[in-house]
Design a protein around this ligand. Structure first.
Ligand SMILES: [Zn+2]
Length: 157
C-alpha cells in the first residue's frame, strides 16, 4: 500500500515536471512565433525599402512597449530576417533589433553564416550587434533615415 502511494506521488511529480516543461516550451514557441511567419517583401528592391521596414519594426517595438529599434537582414533583393527590439518582451538584454534580425535570418536560412547579406537598422548598431554581424559574415550594414553606410562589420565597432 505504501509502495503504491509512493509510486503515485512519483507519477504525479513526473507528470507535474512534464507539464511545466510543456508549458515552458509553449511559451517559448509563442515568443518565437514571429520567426516562423512569412516575411512580406517590400514592393521594390531598394535600400530605402529595407530601411523603411526597419522603421516599421521600430514603430512596432514602441507599440509593444519595447525599445525603439528595428532591423532587417537582406540578401539577393529579399528580406531574409527582421525584428524589432525584443529586450523587454523576451527579458533578454542581448535581444537588440539587429541581433534578433540576424538570429531570425539564420533560423530561416538554416545556417549561422549569412555571407552576402546586408544589415539595415533604424539606428547605428551597437558594438555587440556589429560584432554579431561580423560573426554572421554579413557583407555590410546601413542605418538611419539617411541610410548611412557602415561598411563591413568589425569586431570592435
Ligand atoms: Zn545592439
Amino acid at each position: 500500500m505504501k509502495t503504491n502511494r509512493t509510486a503515485e506521488l512519483s507519477r504525479r511529480a513526473i507528470f507535474g515536471a512534464a507539464a511545466a516543461t510543456a508549458a515552458a516550451l509553449t511559451q517559448f514557441r509563442i515568443r518565437d512565433a514571429t520567426a516562423q511567419s512569412t516575411i512580406e517583401q517590400p514592393a521594390r528592391d531598394a535600400p530605402e525599402a529595407y530601411i523603411e521596414r526597419a522603421f516599421e519594426l521600430r514603430r512596432q517595438a514602441v507599440d509593444s512597449g519595447d525599445q525603439a529599434y528595428g532591423a532587417t537582414v537582406v540578401k539577393d533583393g529579399r528580406i531574409i530576417g527582421q525584428s524589432q527590439s525584443l529586450v523587454v518582451i523576451n527579458d533578454d538584454a542581448t535581444a537588440h533589433a539587429e541581433m534578433s534580425a540576424i538570429r531570425d535570418a539564420a533560423r530561416r536560412v538554416g545556417r549561422a553564416g549569412l555571407r552576402g547579406a546586408t544589415l539595415y537598422s533604424s539606428s547605428r548598431p551597437c558594438p555587440m550587434c556589429e560584432a554579431a554581424a561580423f560573426w554572421a559574415g554579413l557583407d555590410g550594414f546601413h542605418f538611419g533615415r539617411g541610410i548611412e553606410a557602415g561598411g563591413a562589420p568589425r569586431l570592435c565597432g
